[in-house]
Design a protein around this ligand. Sequence first.
Ligand SMILES: *[C@@H]1O[C@H](CO)[C@@H](O)[C@H](O)[C@H]1NC(C)=O
Ligand SMILES: *[C@@H]1O[C@H](CO)[C@@H](O)[C@H](O)[C@H]1NC(C)=O
Length: 203
Amino acid sequence: MAVVIHVLDLFLLVSSAMPIPFPSSSGVNMEEMSLTLKRMQQSLSQQAWALYQMLDLSRKYHICAQEPCCPPPFARVIDECFYLSLNNLTWQQARQHCRGMDGLLAKPKRVFALKSFLMGKAGPNTVFLGGQQHDGIWTWVDGSSINPSAWTEGYPSNWTTQENQCIVMKQDNHPPLSTQPCSAVKQFICQHPGIQEKVKTSG
Ligand SMILES: *[C@@H]1O[C@H](CO)[C@@H](O)[C@H](O)[C@H]1NC(C)=O
Ligand SMILES: *[C@@H]1O[C@H](CO)[C@@H](O)[C@H](O)[C@H]1NC(C)=O
């Protein structure tokens, strides 16, 4: 909170810097002119200093206009934070990778919003998400249930419960959820819970 007030103070400082009038043109008064220039320089350097401080603060603290605040490299999709990996890993390796980013393999509330995100990134057709099955019951990694209407027609099929299969999202499919062997090597999507406070120290 104190940081927000500090930033507002800086804004006021910048906006209160008044334009300085030029000396009257009735006569050339070098002394007056030089004084005006000095004042302008001073005013400009004050503004530059204030802007620099604001930039520095916004770098130092995550200042977000909207919640949740998604720390880079996560991007906000409606009210969730996602990251499309550049590297290709197995499902287990991908899960570990996402945990290492303080997140989870993605367990989207809105599968179609995540599909739009993937298409917007010009991502690969197939990516791992954080879904798996135990005894034929498919859930997201946090145990939450999967909306049945998110599955591609025919999925999850009977045979997929017999194999070591994990959930993928396919851009070409509508609805997009399908399954692939967990041992396949693919790009994946991580999810971050988001930072709820508008201002948070970076450490
Ligand atoms: C990951 O796999 C995709 C699809 O096979 C490939 O286009 C991409 O170059 C791979 N990325 C890396 C970092 O190897
Ligand atoms: C697939 O599962 C459904 C429902 O559990 C069952 O009715 C059907 O016989 C199964 N099909 C095969 C080929 O096992």
